[in-house]
Design a protein around this ligand. Structure first.
Ligand SMILES: *Cc1c(COP(=O)(O)O)cnc(C)c1O
Length: 370
């Protein structure tokens, strides 16, 4: 047997191969242009991405974490503020808040969608709360309607973490400008992935966009004139050129993910696992296909033995990480996040995954049945 039967969790080389000539040409164009920091390629991507996201503005930055940090700074977060974050998320959401010398205040998810539960948010609001950061986890939009009305009622800013949700829609409208600012990552494995680090912030607010443009470039609009204590976090023009190529196929590639998700839903029904559930107002883009089972570790081992790559997103919730020891957040205060970390398992999904993968996974599950 060759390795032909193996099903990798994600095949990034296949993504490059499909677009090779367009990507090679795009990179070549930048190399010959003489613009190696910001410039026309970054501006062109920003325009194209803003319109794709149905947002007024897009500002390219160095990575997804910086996108969150700069968005939080731009909406007016100050040291000592509190920010409501999901208890179940990638740690970057929390780290962004901490980088602003503010405190992440975790709120538990709805078990059915894995996204922050709007009904639990108000109990976490204090006089110091300045913002809410909903995460569109696994590619499925959080329930933005109630989150935005809570924010309005309490005069809070909303910064969305959309690092996993390129192309997703909430009630028919693209993720991109429901909240005050939306942070994106173009880490290679994301639905819209660069060939290195990259990120962006989208917004409908011209002053927020302007603030981020300033902050990402040393707080400077005019060379050697510094209006704010900014950072160096600019989207690289080579990455911008690659992203323009990738953006042109994003809808098509998201459709392939959708087809695979539908096949998983068909073939995996009837087993003792919890499948993803999609509210009727959500149009997810299936960054990840996450199932739940109490027998997670055994199942992962079995799939692994059958050559099927899986990953746990995420094995340790942020509150239980050593990095957040000082907040003294106990597991018993976050039972849902704690349980999800023990039960979730991400199956292979991606635009270059073989269509038969869901059947292969189902066959492994069948062997396990008594
Ligand atoms: C990937 C990711 C980030 C961070 O993006 P980077 O580009 O790696 O900094 C933030 N939040 C979530 C939910 C992510 O998945």
């Amino acid at each position: 047997m060759t390795k032909m039967d193996d099903i990798p969790f994600l095949d990034l080389q296949a993504a490059y191969r499909e677009l090779k000539s367009d990507i090679d040409n795009a990179v070549q164009r930048v190399l010959e242009s003489g613009y190696y920091i910001l410039g026309p390629e970054v501006e062109a991507f920003e325009d194209e991405y803003a319109s794709y996201c149905e947002a007024g503005y897009a500002v390219g930055v160095g990575n997804g974490l910086d996108a969150l940090v700069l968005a939080l700074r731009a909406v007016g977060l100050h040291p000592g503020d509190e920010v409501i974050v999901p208890s179940h998320t990638y740690i970057a959401t929390w780290l962004a808040v901490s980088q602003c010398s503010a405190t992440p205040v975790p709120v538990e998810p709805r078990e059915s969608t894995y996204n922050i539960d709007p009904e639990r948010i108000e109990a976490a609001i204090t006089s110091r709360t300045r913002a809410i950061v909903p995460v569109h986890l696994y590619g499925q939009p959080a329930d933005l309607g109630p989150i935005l009305s809570i924010a309005r009622r309490h005069n809070l800013r909303v910064v969305e973490d959309a690092a996993q949700a390129h192309g997703a829609r909430y009630k028919g409208r693209r993720i991109g400008a429901h909240g005050d600012a939306v942070a994106w990552s173009f880490y290679p494995g994301k639905n819209l992935g660069a060939l290195g680090d990259g990120g962006a912030v989208t917004t409908d607010d011209a002053s927020i966009a302007e603030r981020i443009r300033l902050l990402r470039n040393y707080g400077s609009r005019e060379k050697y004139v510094h209006e704010a204590q900014g950072v160096n976090s600019r989207l690289d023009p080579i990455q911008a050129a690659v992203l323009r190529v990738k953006l042109s196929v994003l809808d098509q590639w998201n459709q392939r993910r959708r087809d695979l998700a539908a096949r998983y839903a068909d073939t995996l029904t009837g087993f003792d696992i919890v499948l993803p559930s999609v509210p009727d107002w959500a149009e997810p883009v299936w960054h990840l296909f996450v199932i739940r089972t109490k027998a997670r570790d055994t199942l992962q081992t079995r799939l692994n033995q059958a050559g099927i790559g899986t990953i746990i997103h995420y094995p340790i919730p942020p509150h239980a990480q050593q990095a957040y020891e000082s907040l003294k957040l106990e597991d018993k205060a976050f039972p849902i996040a704690t349980r999800l970390a023990e039960e979730v398992l991400s199956l292979p999904i991606g635009p270059h995954l073989n269509n038969d993968a869901p059947v292969v996974v189902a066959n492994v599950l069948k062997e396990d049945r008594p």
